[in-house]
Ligand binder design. Structure first.
Ligand code: WTA
Length: 643
């Protein structure tokens, strides 16, 4: 689709939207630009309940920001308690479907009961504000309940995606210094029971500071329970008090740490705090998803990623939505599982990833066509650029040409959506996140920080602090400074390449660093490399992202081996399994290529650019003058031709 295809919102959509028409968007944008502190203060007052008002809106000591300084609030109170005082008391808060087909409809009042009970359990075991908990669970309601119970008491949580291995879990528990792990026996995936608890047991061998493990029973699988350390959720819940008020917390109190891949082998713990995060996730729910009280809203992400934190749990619940949660795989028992769910619950707003869309396109239109999708009024996309073919299919086959698609650009670090259309205001261009949210001053610059012209590629940056921004990297403020604010002093460096067209629309192209985007999940090349070199057969490894039709990118590894006789085929399999064990299944390499040497600069740096070129185009062009040994590259390219 050309850049010129434009889809303005329908008159009907505009009539019911929170933000109606371009002028309304521009008015918000300009108000925020002229006086950001007043703008955000107004939103924080309107959207959030505060036990005590702040004394200062923003304290900005680059690169460290504090929002709503001195204010006291509580995320759990805002997501649960306050709705129980309104007409939402008996509204469904979490509408859950398990993979086997079991259902739970948890109203706000019931959610309050469940969250309070679990918070009492935590409190009675001595946990309090300032402590840290790791949550490693399948997609069951007890996952957001555990998050909200932690938030209620001021315990910072770190949710670790259930697809991560015991090794990855261990690194996160240790880095965070968590004293408690909340987990489950397992979950259901493609009709099978997948165990989680054994990975916790594996991780905890090296985590002496963990005092308690609370295990939710989901699958009734056989698992080991360690006397004194491990406790069943349902047993602790039995005597739990339902009176456990939300603790008034400082606006800057840590809410959660979410680990994400950076450009080194060590994941970064992205820290988000309370008041600013809640303000902006709540505001963007209304702006971008045009959320109304009667809507049934479904984000298909896993809560283990930031999308699930901000747009399954905190944003929707704070905004009083009915948020749908589905436990299992999109293709179980058939490729129409998602469309069944939309039909069954009359879902109005649906938010997913381009990878999921591409994998469903492949299965054919008869799957969605067999279902009544007429309840849908808005579609969303996140995690990676959406290609024109996927956009067109999503729009035509799922949205029946009626539903706007909000393409939302943001990051774990930004906490909430940064660039996206307000669907009742901004005309869409397929593949573009369109325009920045109010209060977000974005630009595209060159390496010196000088803005590039229209339609020129450059680095996407953000000029001013925003309420839901990352506060620091847990335990490593220097890395925070250097990674995000050090490349161009005083400017937030996103790590993405983008261009802006003459209408001011942003087109995000992808990462400029050594971060891959596999199925919309961030994965660092270095993380996979360091996993590989731990294997006794591997001498050296270099990893690059290879373009992939469905997952956007796939992990491709170049490996040199230590001296010896190796069966390449068997070893290739073993190494793929090895990476899955070290990091998680989702990181399993698509391809392992063995080579006698890797292309390096004279200073010994592996030339990933060349490897990327090899996996992308099978040819090598461009500047190779710093290459130590050109023949290595030629060899690798030739080897690929033989595949
Ligand atoms: C990419 C996910 C293009 C981008 C919320 C970013 C996107 C990284 C889009 C963050 C989009 C996310 N269009 N690219 N709409 N959304 N990205 O931290 O490269 O898992 O930097 O947060 O995903 O990934 P993360």
């Amino acid at each position: 689709m050309s850049n010129s295809a434009v889809f303005p919102p329908s008159r009907e959509f505009v009539r019911n939207a929170h933000v109606q028409g371009m002028d309304a968007y521009l008015d918000l944008y300009h108000r925020a630009e002229q006086d950001p502190e007043k703008f955000w203060a107004d939103i924080a007052s309107q959207e959030i309940y505060w036990f005590e008002k702040w004394s200062k809106v923003l304290d900005w000591q680059p690169p460290f920001s504090k929002w709503f300084v001195g204010g006291k609030t509580n995320v759990s109170y805002n997501c649960v308690d306050r709705h129980c005082l309104t007409h939402r008391k008996n509204k469904v808060a979490i509408l859950w479907e398990g993979e086997p087909g079991d259902q739970r409809f948890i109203t706000y009042q019931e959610l309050l009961r469940l969250v309070s009970r679990f918070a009492s359990v935590l409190q009675s075991r001595g946990y309090k504000a300032g402590d840290r908990a790791v949550i490693y669970m399948p997609m069951v309601p007890e996952l957001p309940i555990a998050m909200l119970a932690c938030a209620r008491l001021g315990i910072a949580h770190s949710v670790v995606f259930g697809g991560f291995s015991g090794e990855a879990l261990k690194a996160r528990i240790q880095d965070l210094g968590a004293a408690i792990v909340i987990t489950a026996d397992g979950g259901f995936r493609r009709g099978k029971k997948v165990k989680l608890k054994p990975a916790v047991d594996e991780a905890l061998v090296d985590c002496p500071d963990v005092r308690d493990v609370i295990v939710y029973r989901r699958t009734c699988s056989e698992i080991a329970m360690k006397e004194g350390r491990d406790h069943w959720w349902h047993v602790l819940d039995e005597g739990a008090s339902e009176d456990c008020p939300a603790v008034p917390l400082d606006s800057e109190h840590p809410l959660y740490v979410l680990y994400t891949s950076g450009t080194t082998g060590k994941p970064k713990g992205i820290l988000h705090s309370t008041g600013g995060y809640l303000t902006q996730t709540t505001a963007t729910m209304k702006w971008v998803f045009d959320l109304h009280d009667s809507d049934t809203y479904w984000c298909s992400a896993d809560i283990g990623w930031v999308t699930g934190h901000s747009y399954i749990v905190y944003g929707p619940l704070s905004a009083g939505a009915t948020t749908v949660m589905y436990e299992g795989a999109l293709d179980y028992p058939n490729f129409d599982r998602w469309w069944r769910i939309i039909e069954k619950y009359r879902v109005n707003i649906f938010y997913t990833s381009p990878t999921a869309i591409r994998s469903l396109i492949r299965q054919g239109e008869h799957w969605p066509d067999a279902h009544d999708l007429s309840s849908l009024r808005l579609l969303g996309s996140v995690g990676e650029p959406i290609n024109p073919a996927a956009w067109e299919w999503y729009h035509r086959v799922i949205g029946k040409g009626r539903c706007p698609i909000v393409d939302t650009w943001w990051q774990t670090e930004t906490g909430s959506i940064m660039i996206a259309p307000m669907p009742g205001a901004v005309p869409l261009k397929p593949g573009s996140g369109t325009l920045p949210m109010p209060g977000i001053i974005a630009d595209i610059v060159d390496l010196k920080g000088i803005p590039v012209g229209d339609d020129h590629e450059g680095f996407l940056i953000i000029r001013k602090p925003w309420p839901s921004m990352i506060r620091t990297i847990w335990g490593d403020p220097d890395r925070y400074h250097e990674q995000y604010w050090g490349k161009l002093p005083g400017i937030y460096f996103t790590g993405d390449a983008a261009r802006r067209d003459a209408d001011g629309y942003y087109w995000v192209l992808g990462r400029v660093d050594d971060v891959m985007n596999v199925s919309g999940h961030r994965l660092s090349t270095m993380e996979v490399e360091s996993a590989l070199v731990h294997h006794p057969a591997v001498a050296e490894a270099a990893v690059v992202g290879k373009p992939h039709e469905i997952t956007g990118q796939a992990v491709c590894c170049f490996v040199t081996l230590k001296k010896g006789e190796w069966d390449h085929e068997a070893l290739g399999k073993e190494l793929r399994q090895w990476v899955a064990h070290e990091i998680g299944n989702f990181a399993r390499p698509e391809e392992i290529r063995f080579s006698d040497a890797l292309p390096k600069t004279r200073s010994g740096k592996i030339m990933r650019r060349l490897l990327r070129e090899i996996v992308t185009s099978n040819t090598v062009s461009g500047d190779v003058t710093t290459l130590e040994d050109l023949s290595v590259v030629t060899k690798l390219a030739a080897q690929h031709d033989e595949d």
